[in-house]
Design a protein around this ligand. Sequence first.
Ligand code: NZQ
Ligand code: ZN
Length: 393
Amino acid sequence: MNSFTFYSPTEVIFGKGVEEQAGEKIKAWGGSRVLVHFGGGSVKRSGLLDRVTASLEKAGLSYILLGGVVPNPHLGLAKEGIELCRREKVDFLLAVGGGSAMDSTKGIAMGVPYDGDVWDFYSGKALPQTALPIAAIPTLAASGSETSTSSVLTHEDGNLKRGFNHSLLRPRFALMNPELLYTLPPYQTACGVVDIMLHTFERFFSPGGENEMTDRIAEALLRTVIQYGPVCLSDPTNYQARSEIMWAGSLSHNHLTGLGRAGDWASHQLEHELSGMYDVAHGAGLAAVWGSWARFVCGQDMLRFARYGTNVWGIPLNYEHPEETAMEAIRQTERFFSSLGMPITITQLIGREPTDAEMREMAIKCTHFGGRKIGGLMKLGEEEIYQIYQNAR
Ligand code: NZQ
Ligand code: ZN
């Protein structure tokens, strides 16, 4: 087994009604003035926001509200939040919503104590020395942001979508109530299932030799998601199914499924350009490009793709031609994405063919204008990235 460090300090409180603990938990963490940050209104419509603010009031905490986070969250609103927190002397941030609300909250948390432009962190110019404490009440099982170190924001100038990872960005605690997922539209549920699978794929299909414990956790997680994801679509208020998916979402991105492995992350980088260019949902963008990526790189470790087919999908291993098992595993994954209503090409994703110029622009941006290659199984530069977009068109 390869060496690794595992540190996942977010306290997870999981079950029905746990959002009512928001006030007492923040108080216990030393918060007194709270920014509650949320999206476009789903948390108001569901009544969740009222329950959360009632809990803050009951604990004697003061709070201010900042809504309006859009999917693929904008830098501009995070900057607004930073100014607001400084003005109002906020000392604790509570994200209520999906990955976008959580990621915007993380941007604010780093930005408040920083003198420069918070985009410096996302563009690799600076590292945060400190950040305000954060907690999360996720309403969507997908990003895993409730236990992850990541934040992804989009700079409106040039539609640059960039991620940043830092241990300061881990929420102190996450209140996870699977019932909060009942109101999700089917499309968002499906996007979440894909994103959870991809967070596991990015680690599983990457260099690292045989780390059996890690790999078997990853395979079990994938099997669980494949079993319960469709149930969430056919029976949206099925508590068991929503619970399984919600917990899988956190475990898929708190690094448990990647211990001892290098990680690949090319599919995520390819997708960030898609959602930067076309403002599509992250999970849908991943589904559109994953098959093309997998076919492009699987020759680097055919046996791993075959193992995935056998252990996750139950495809009998073709010992003489494991590449056939691998190919069938990729096809099976795409069939699964399609069965959830997800696109498996860029044309399906955006409703028209992408132009050559668009794909070239995404390839250039994906290399940070020539400054990097992406991927772990195979290093991908501009030409390879362009080819993967072409094959996914
Ligand atoms: O804005 P509201 O009104 O809340 O509506 C949202 C939004 O329209 C809606 N929604 C969320 N919970 C709901 C609900 N509607 C009804 N009932 C509920 N319970 O769903 C829509 C999508 O929300 P969003 O937060 O954008 O989705 P998701 O959680 O998939 O987050 C996507 C963002 O996370 C980033 C993605 O790139 C994307 O920007 N990621 C963040 C990661 C991280 N921080 O670790 C890792 C991921 O790989 C990902 O890149
Ligand atoms: Zn993701």
